[in-house]
Design a binder for this molecule. Structure first.
Ligand code: APR
Length: 241
């Protein structure tokens, strides 16, 4: 492992346009479970598979049940950034990292100080009335009983991409542009099984693709450096210089 860290350090030193592509595994060290690990959200018992509950159809047809699941399982207001989030913010401040592209909705990258963050699946901090489009903070959903309603009577919907919904075009465009121009792409904490998000790493044109993931992924074979380790533990060892 030490040799791999040294190689990563050298590549970071030599790069000015680093992009980080992350998933739920980046936030597990902050106490937020991921989805597909053995202790992840998708391996716990529910009346329906979580992918069904977190879908547009379910939101429309079983709104109260959707919000019960969403409030219990998707909101972590006390979670704090971990070493991975903090190091990425440091790399951006040093002018070496141009963007974080994340599938996470927890806002921890911004909490750590990252400025350029493409949230492919939205964010729990943003909630909008489906009727008048008024903005509401996460508390409006956290503190509501059953289904949160706007003053106008409309339902307040979290700005997260549910199954069956499309990603935001501007967010995808920005993420693709950053990845295509990167001289080092670090992919971490993601099983790379959910599209179109996982497909964005195919826009990378560089020769230094790094994978940091506890379990093997479909991209391991084409990566230039693979570390099967905790992303927080790996990144905290990097010097920013
Ligand atoms: N360091 C490195 N890897 C980790 C860590 C860690 N500390 N913790 C977990 N992992 C790895 C797991 O081994 C797993 O391969 O992170 C990966 C997380 O994969 P998923 O749980 O599938 O999460 P993700 O890839 O982000 O899921 C994509 O699926 O349900 C949707 O919208 C949801 O954005 C999510 C999308």
């Amino acid at each position: 492992m030490e040799e791999a860290i040294q190689t990563l350090q050298q590549w970071v030193d030599e790069s000015q346009h680093i992009v980080f592509f992350g998933g739920a595994g980046v936030s597990t060290e902050s106490g937020i479970p991921d989805f597909r690990s053995v202790d992840g959200l998708y391996h716990q018992q529910y009346s329906q598979p979580p992918e069904t509950i977190l879908s547009h159809t379910y939101f429309e047809r079983h709104t109260e049940e959707f919000f019960r699941f969403y409030r219990n399982k998707m909101l972590f207001p006390d979670a704090q950034p971990n070493n991975a989030h903090r190091k990425l913010a440091e790399l951006e401040q040093a002018g070496k990292l141009t963007a974080v592209v994340t599938q996470n909705i927890d806002g921890l990258h911004q909490k750590a100080g990252s400025q350029c963050v493409y949230e492919l699946h939205g964010a729990v901090s943003r909630n909008y009335c489906t009727r008048c489009h008024r903005f509401y903070p996460m508390d409006a959903v956290m503190q509501s009983e059953a289904v949160p309603h706007c003053d106008c009577g409309g339902i307040i919907k979290p700005d997260v991409v549910l199954y069956e919904e499309c990603l935001d075009n501007a967010t995808v465009d920005g993420a693709v542009r950053a990845i295509a121009q990167a001289d080092l792409l670090i992919v971490a904490g993601t099983s790379l099984v959910v599209y179109p998000a996982a497909g964005l790493i195919n826009y990378y044109r560089g020769r230094r693709l790094v994978l940091i993931n506890l379990e093997p992924t479909s991209a391991d074979a084409r990566a230039d450096l693979v570390l099967h380790d905790k992303v927080g533990r790996v990144l905290e060892q990097l010097q920013v210089r």
